[in-house]
Design a protein around this ligand. Sequence first.
Ligand code: NJP
Length: 228
Amino acid sequence: MAKVLLITGASSGIGKTTALTAAKAGHKVILTARREELLDELVAEIGSDQALAVPSDVSNFAELKTVVEQGIEKFGQLDAVFANAGTGVSTAGTENGDAEEWKKMVDVNINGLLYTARLTLPHLRKSTGHFLMTGSAAGRNIIKGSVYGATKWFVHGFAQNLAEEMKEWNGRCTTIAPGMVNTPFFDEPKPDKLDPQDVADAVLFAIEAHPRNCVREIYLMPGYKNQD
Ligand code: NJP
């Protein structure tokens, strides 16, 4: 059944590929990120009947509120949310870290996620909907870049508890935890990373699973080296 899906971090990488994949599967998408021109290109590619772009900084509650309001105004409901916007800034260890970069990661990866949840859950409750978020293998293992990793541990911890809250109204909650993915997140693509399509397919699998399933977490690591 066609759903209305809101995606944060939709201007590039995993979010963009998920938007295209969801639209191809017949779903309607509400897209947000800061780079308006990239979102507009995506809407042009999908078609404005099926897609809406509303730019926002995910760490700005008022801007994100406008996204949700305009999305509801256009499509009338919200069935799923993919809270995917995130930033790594740098993988410098704590000893060499920069306090401004830490603040940015906390603002986007933690506060942005909380704002997204706060603003969308009342709508998801009405549709018995689904909240998905991008965690990370870095929120499951130890990597160099302790502060980024810690923000992603937050995502996984939040998800465990949010899932319990959402159970009260049969809502579903999923965390997608990828290893390294070939997106602009990193400077150069490498053959031994995941493709954003792999992550988008995992998101669609969770969303389209029969409602008796709650896919709580998908942990996706690169397997065989890409031979293509
Ligand atoms: O990276 P990229 P990915 N407000 O850089 C948006 C996680 N992850 O697709 O605002 C609003 O192509 C940004 O949009 P813009 C990662 O932590 C990745 O790989 O226009 N949006 C863009 O659309 C993140 O949570 C890997 O610049 C903001 C998007 O976020 C998610 O995957 C591995 C924003 C970033 O797209 C998507 O990242 C892993 C803000 N303030 C987890 N700041 C990996 N690539 O290897 C950023 O385990 N965005």
